[in-house]
Design a protein around this ligand. Structure first.
Ligand SMILES: [Zn+2]
Length: 330
């Protein structure tokens, strides 16, 4: 049996028989970084990513103190060579700059989704279908119980929550991850004319977005005065009670997370939870995998077994990617 074109090597994804790692956490010689969330980035000798992802990584990691990093910015839909590999990036619709990668070698196209979301997005490049022969797909919400309502429906529900809080004379506080979720809701609300205040951590990320063409009208950082009447506050969940939030009184708080769809989860200290997700839900994962035309699919990150089983039911050869697979398949 032939070796699959992708392998897990010491816990890191690597294109088989090459130095190219995908979203490695440990320092490696050469890595493609799909997006700048903390569980996908590391300091590498050479980093291939979109310009926005490189900027967000630099913001997050700072300048390297010892060994320098060579940054190789890549644009969407602009194939380029790397040794015997041809690489091409496609938008992933997850956060600004998020990219899927297609690696072609010897006529076989390997597609890697990274984190992705096929729903329309307000602050990131919309996802595109990446045709490929072998697909490596994330499976964060790869279980049949994860079916999200349409994003616009969820956003309207958040807006109603905001309107109700404001009309009751309270400050709506929306809790979302500092990179991606915060900008999605801020873009939606600020474009609709709502004055917003953000935690300084979110403000710093917004600056990187703005430098890459995503404007946030009506958004200011929180100061010592807190929020004024009529303003909406956006803050990362773990910083809801941080010093910067001290001036925000009479709050009504909602958390924005795909996990809100999971009835078994409870969120302490919030008045509402909305399933605003920057990942594809279960039906979207199935639809996407089929749309790529891949004859073989490997699932990674999350509900790998359930998603692979569902894909097999659809007639696609699918299995979770495992470290020991090399021994079984070589
Ligand atoms: Zn992510």
């Amino acid at each position: 049996m032939r070796r699959p074109p992708i392998e897990l090597h010491h816990g890191e994804l690597r294109v088989t028989g090459s130095l190219l790692h995908l979203d490695a956490r440990r320092r490696v010689e050469c890595a493609f970084v799909s997006h700048a969330h903390g569980d996908h980035i590391g300091r590498h000798d050479r980093t291939i990513a979109t310009a926005a992802t490189l900027a967000l990584m630099q913001h997050r990691l700072g300048e390297p103190k010892r060994r320098p990093t060579e940054r190789l910015p890549a644009s969407f839909r602009a194939p380029f060579g790397l040794g015997e590999l041809t690489l091409e990036l496609f938008p992933a619709g997850h956060v600004l700059g998020s990219a899927q990668l297609r690696v072609t070698r010897g006529g076989i196209a390997l597609g890697y989704t990274g984190d992705f979301c096929t729903e329309p997005t307000h602050a990131a490049e919309p996802a595109e279908v990446m045709g490929c022969d072998v697909l490596v797909v994330e499976s964060t919400f790869g279980h049949p119980r994860y079916v999200f309502p349409p994003k616009e429906e969820t956003l309207l529900a958040v807006r109603k929550f905001v309107d109700d809080a404001l009309s009751d004379g309270t400050t709506p506080v929306l809790l979302g991850y500092a990179l991606g979720k915060a900008q999605e809701i801020l873009k939606y609300l600020s474009d609709a004319g709502y004055p917003c205040r953000v935690h300084p951590v979110v403000h710093a990320v917004n600056k990187v977005y703005e430098a890459h063409g995503v404007a946030f009208p009506n958004v200011k950082p929180l100061g010592p005065e807190g929020a004024l009447a009529g303003e909406v506050v956006v803050c990362p969940p773990h910083l809801a009670w941080s010093p910067a939030m001290r001036g925000v009184r009479r709050r009504r708080t909602a958390i924005l997370t795909g996990w809100a769809i999971d009835g078994s989860r409870s969120f302490r200290g919030v008045d509402a939870a909305f399933p605003l997700s920057d990942h594809a839900d279960f039906p979207s994962l199935l639809r996407y995998a089929k749309a790529t035309g891949a004859k073989r699919v490997f699932t990674v990150h999350g509900h790998e077994d359930e998603l692979a089983a569902a894909l097999r039911k659809e007639g696609i050869r699918a299995q979770p990617l495992r470290e020991e697979m090399q021994l079984e398949l070589i």
